[in-house]
Design a protein. Structure first.
Length: 95
């Protein structure tokens, strides 16, 4: 969903009432360890890492931590906008 109107329309179509949606700023400031954990357990990086044997994986993780430690915390900040929404469940959704 890329607009508040689409989210509200989807909620109405799903049987909810009084949908409200707005765009809010979002940011995430992971530590180096959190950043590495995310990228080594999700997505393409995790699949590539899984193809290495245990010794190669360990060496990669040591190397990547060493390289990332040269960066500042601001280098790991991710920002953007998200759509947040609320709606009320109708009685028909409970039965």
């Amino acid at each position: 969903m890329d607009s508040t109107d689409k989210v509200r329309t989807l909620l109405l179509a799903a049987g909810y009432s009084d949908p409200a949606a707005q765009v809010m700023a979002w940011s995430d400031r992971p530590t180096i360890s959190e950043f590495v954990a995310r990228h080594t357990t999700l997505g393409a990086t995790s699949r590539r890492l899984a193809n290495l044997d245990a010794q190669e994986q360990a060496a990669f993780l040591v190397d990547i931590h060493r390289r990332l430690e040269t960066l500042t915390p601001d280098n790991f900040v991710d920002t953007g906008d998200v759509i947040v929404a609320t709606a009320s469940a109708n009685e028909s959704l409970h039965g």
